[in-house]
Write a protein that binds this ligand. Structure first.
Ligand code: ADP
Length: 646
């Protein structure tokens, strides 16, 4: 029989399939099952107006058969079937999607779910087969027909014997290669896994004959010596339904118990812990969809590595079309797991590479709002749980504020928390701003390795002594985050170590200024003794009992410099540095001692300057470069070695 040629477009598509544009060949099964499900939908739909079209007895079902010896797999349905013309039109021409035609011709069919409206489905069979045979009998037809093809060189259509109404697709699997063991697709276990993964929620049963071992019960008194007897097993074949059929998200939230959500989540996302929160809603409007989302309690082990892949599963009427749709979830909420199901997609080429446009963005935006609202609700009503969540994912939220020039800062700012000087507990910015005393000009923060270290900073004490609360920033990203925020509730953020945190009155400032001017020569001498590491040495009147501290001028603080130093980059790259100022407490006896010594013993002032600078570095958690020199200097003073001691 003469082979017919595929239409040009179809040939191209087929070529792509054979050479697999899909990264995962396994999706062929999903495609064929979805076609079968569509065909049953159509038959069922027609039977509503023409009962003769419906099933006489039995149930609608999709059946998977396999024959390991012949290396074939069959997918059979009792749907609408195809006539010879339809086989020709539907399987010979890819550009024309039968499902869409059906929708157009049957206006009342709007709510009939036609999931295979995308166009490449059937040809995906050629990703795993070197020959595909389709036998089909259309509902009401007297004859059946067979369509067969071995790929791009064409196809045949001829009458055949096939008694039942519906379609049977037989795949002749390709020979195994080193890279791909096509024969594995016949394993019971593999098929079960694929159905669970991609087609679990197809509403018709997907059946397959499965094997299991069953113990053979021996009669009670058979045989004398019972101990020696091994239990006997026999292989039993039974037809099983492989899919669970009703997606949890299609059900009404009020009918779902929290244990059902929990076990669904733990099974599906391999998390041993139930989720912290479940978000389940349905939206109708520009885009109609259902979403079932989970906020985990704990971060997966690889969460903060580049191996972690974010994404929300995308379904179209119960069939998974994408395992991880990144467009549905912003990076700052990448910890959220779950699924979105929408019948509204207008996909055309590949479901795998779908770049899904406006609709996805609309859904993504509303999901983002829902997640934020849920988190705020948790923060308000279940504070302990929220703190546990924040310990796991707070870092991600902070990066989220900082990333992309702060586009998400308004979304995220109220979700942040910092430990503060007030109660040594987490406080939100809203809580902080809400309890600021009258006249407080800025939101103060101090940086340190730990909250305890930040609390011990001399500058922290100077600010808390005025009755102001100080937030402790302990993670690398923290200060970058607050700088990106810039302001909260109209108050600027101020590092207690920076010049803009100076809380002195105008008179105090003026007095300090004249002190510094009067000692300009001494201070310059000290700066020169220390070297380029400091941009200035100054007296200050804000420190309470502490003799020294490091302050900074300009946009880069000492903490930020530490983080920048740690960032990867070429050796010797010029990196932005903090302009460090060594501040000496004017009220401390050491200040008077320096002034006095400067007139008598400059060498000793130089030594003091170096020691004071080293101390200031140690106080704020910075390393001292030359520890031996420091030790020598201190011991020298102890021993009065320089011979000029009192
Ligand atoms: P799509 O399903 O996206 O329309 P396919 O290439 O998968 O594209 O299938 C082309 C057409 O072939 C379908 O639209 C449908 O009309 C027909 N078809 C495929 N499989 C079956 C089936 N099992 N029963 C009836 N018709 C089918």
């Amino acid at each position: 029989m003469a082979k017919k040629q595929f239409k040009t477009e179809s040939r191209k598509m087929l070529d792509m399939m054979i050479n697999s544009i899909y990264t995962h060949r396994e999706i062929f099964l999903r495609e064929l099952i979805s076609n079968a499900s569509d065909a049953i939908d159509k038959r069922h739909f027609r039977s509503l107006t023409d009962p003769a079209v419906g099933l006489e007895n039995g149930e609608y079902a999709i059946t998977i058969g396999r024959d390991k010896d012949a290396r074939t797999m069959t997918i059979t349905d009792n749907g609408c079937g195809m006539t010879a013309e339809e086989l020709e039109k539907n399987l010979g021409t890819i550009a024309r999607s039968g499902s869409l035609d059906f929708k157009r011709e049957n206006k009342g069919a709007d709510d009939l779910s036609v999931i295979g409206q995308f166009g490449v489905g059937f040809y995906s069979a050629f990703m795993v087969s070197d020959k595909v045979t389709v036998r089909s009998r259309a509902v009401g037809a007297d004859t059946a027909n067979q369509w067969e093809s071995e790929g791009t060189d064409g196809y045949t259509v001829e009458p055949c014997d096939y008694a039942p109404v519906g379609t049977e697709v037989t795949l002749h699997l390709k020979p195994d290669t080193d890279d791909e063991k096509y024969g594995d697709f016949l394993d019971e276990y593999r098929i079960k896994g694929l159905v669970k993964k991609y087609s679990d929620y197809i509403r018709y049963p997907i059946k397959m004959e499965c094997e299991h071992q069953q113990r053979v019960e021996e009669p009670e008194n058979a045989g004398e010596d019972k101990e020696k007897k091994e239990p006997k097993y026999e292989t039993v074949r039974e037809v099983e339904t492989l899919n669970s059929r009703v997606p949890l998200w299609h059900r009404q939230p009020k009918d779902i118990k929290s244990e059902e959500y929990d076990s669904f989540y733990t099974d599906k996302f391999y998390d041993p812990e139930p989720p912290a929160r479940v978000i389940h809603f349905r939206t109708e409007g520009t885009v109609t969809y259902e979403a079932l989302l989970f906020i985990p309690k704990r971060a997966p082990y690889n969460y903060y590595t580049k191996n972690y892949e974010k994404g929300i599963q995308l379904y179209s009427n119960g069939m998974m079309v994408m395992e991880r749709c990144e467009d549905l979830i912003p990076d700052c909420f990448s910890f959220v797991r779950g699924m979105v199901d929408s019948p509204d997609f207008t996909l055309n080429i590949s479901r795998e590479t779908l770049q899904h446009d406006r609709q996805l963005r609309v859904i993504g935006r509303s999901i983002e709002k829902k997640i934020k609202a849920e988190l705020l609700d948790m923060q308000e009503k279940e504070r302990d749980k929220y703190e546990e969540f924040f310990r796991a994912f707070g870092l991600q939220l902070k990066y989220g504020v900082y990333a992309d020039y702060g586009v998400k800062k308004d979304l995220l700012q109220d979700l942040l928390m910092y430990v503060s000087s007030r109660e040594k507990k987490y406080v939100t910015l809203k809580e902080y701003a809400g309890r600021m005393p009258e006249g407080q000009k800025a939101i103060y923060y101090a940086c340190g390795e730990t909250a305890e270290a930040a609390a011990l900073l001399p500058q922290t004490e100077a600010v808390t002594a005025r009755g102001y609360e100080v937030l402790f920033l302990t993670e690398d990203v923290d200060e970058f985050t607050v700088q990106m925020l810039g302001k909260y509730a109209d108050k600027e953020f101020a590092n207690v170590s920076a010049e803009n945190a100076d809380l002195s009155t105008d008179e105090e400032k003026a007095a300090l200024k004249s002190e510094n001017e009067g000692s300009a020569e001494l201070l310059k001498f000290m700066k020169d003794s220390i070297g380029d590491e400091v941009s200035a040495v100054r007296f200050t009147n804000t420190l309470k009992g502490h003799p020294v501290c490091l302050g900074s001028e300009g946009a880069i603080s000492t903490e930020m410099e530490k983080v920048i130093e740690k960032m990867p980059g070429a050796e010797g790259d010029p990196r932005p540095k903090a302009q460090t100022v060594l501040e000496i407490n004017l009220g401390h006896p050491v200040a008077a001692s320096l002034k006095k010594l400067y007139a008598q013993d400059k060498d000793r002032v130089a030594t003091y300057a170096k020691i004071l600078y080293a101390q200031a570095r140690l106080i704020c958690g910075l390393p001292v470069k030359n520890t031996t020199e420091l030790s020598d200097m201190i011991c020298g003073l102890m021993a009065g070695e320089d011979g000029k001691g009192e």
